[in-house]
Write a protein that binds this ligand. Sequence first.
Ligand code: CAA
Length: 259
Amino acid sequence: MDYQYIDVQPQAAAGVALVRLNRPKELNALCLALMEELTRALEQLDAEADCRCIVLTGNDRAFAAGADIKEMAGRGAIDMLRIDQFSMWERIKKIKTPLIAAVSGFALGGGCELAMLCDMIVASETARFGQPEIKIGVMPGAGGTQRLTRAVGKARAMEMVLTGRFISAEEALAAGLINRIVPVELYLQEALKLAGEVAAMPPLATQLAKEAVLHAFNSFLDHGLVHERKNFYTLFATEDQKEGMAAFVEKRPPQWKGA
Ligand code: CAA
């Protein structure tokens, strides 16, 4: 299979495939065509029985500097809804084979989100993680507010999302965002080694274990939000809601009935 924006080595090591984002001049900005190639390649590898683990990497300077700002700049909201670029990310979310991101340099915006979409992250000492979308008038759109918050906690995530501050590999490790840091000349080798360990495990158990870990991780907030919303709406059936809101509007203290 010929790709323009990625390189694929189906057997970089025993049972391990290597996918490299290859748009170096643009710091691997994730244009739609790149994401289409990546999604297709990952789905193909996922379907191959001898592919037990996939390493996703960029180059020493950049894992990926985010979605392609130049491609998106002129679009309106309806264009974005129609194109629905993040539907491809949903497909990557369904990849059963474990994914390891080998990150060096910039992992920003969609680049940070893509690394977090992987199951583990091996970083070089030069890795920088950030969600700088706020600085270009938007916010993270591919899971940044959700996965980052879970990974590094609310305080740090809020600061990163609201100020666009980058964090270093050391801070990312301390916060629990990544698995390990190695010198820049070793990060890919280290990721392949970790992938080799995963690839040596029983494949069905590996896939089901991945699914189970992700379920614990993913279902929590979804359920929490659904529960919260349902309770919020249900309270509009109470007299206290009518009284409380009326009292606010009439500028008087409420009289609660517990009904
Ligand atoms: N989209 C398109 N092009 C990008 C890009 C991006 N996200 N990031 C970098 N580039 C391009 C630059 O425009 C530049 O191109 P030219 O040579 O044609 O001018 C080239 O890559 C090299 O970049 P710089 O010259 O800017 O390199 P630098 O070392 O001075 O700065 C950087 C590096 C700090 C990463 C800076 O490029 C930068 O801030 N990039 C944008 C980061 C960003 O905002 N990412 C979020 C995007 S939105 C998003 O991702 C939404 C989402 O949730 C999915």
